[in-house]
Design a protein around this ligand. Sequence first.
Ligand SMILES: [Zn+2]
Length: 149
Amino acid sequence: MPVYDYACACGVRFETMVPSWSSPAPGCPSCGELTRRRPPSPAVHGRAAPPAAMSTAPQSWEGLNNGDRDTITHWRRRMDARQEFESRHPEHAEHRDAIAAHEGAFERRPLTYKELAARAATSKDAGTAAAEASRARSGAGTTTTGAGD
Ligand SMILES: [Zn+2]
């Protein structure tokens, strides 16, 4: 049997178990008037908008105002909130790749840990894998990037 929250016009609020969602609201334990079922808790439904997505966070030191403490604190709090939100709503979790390198050959297309791991699976060595990835970026000019690039 579900437990619902009820509130009475007199100000009394209480939880009680009822046979089903469609069961009539119970009388107020204080004044006896008919009560109203309260909406489900904000933890389930509320919040006008979910916290900013991980991908909106700066991914460079410059983006963090060269490490400005308040800027970092601001983003850390937002990402903490997002992480908490995603843990409660896994369907909103982002599929994002952690970046292993984004300089040099990887400037235009960052090297992700996922790619590094995939390459290392064949070469058996992360260093070789990184070198392979680097060659793949600059190599043979066959890399096609977006049209508007
Ligand atoms: Zn009452």
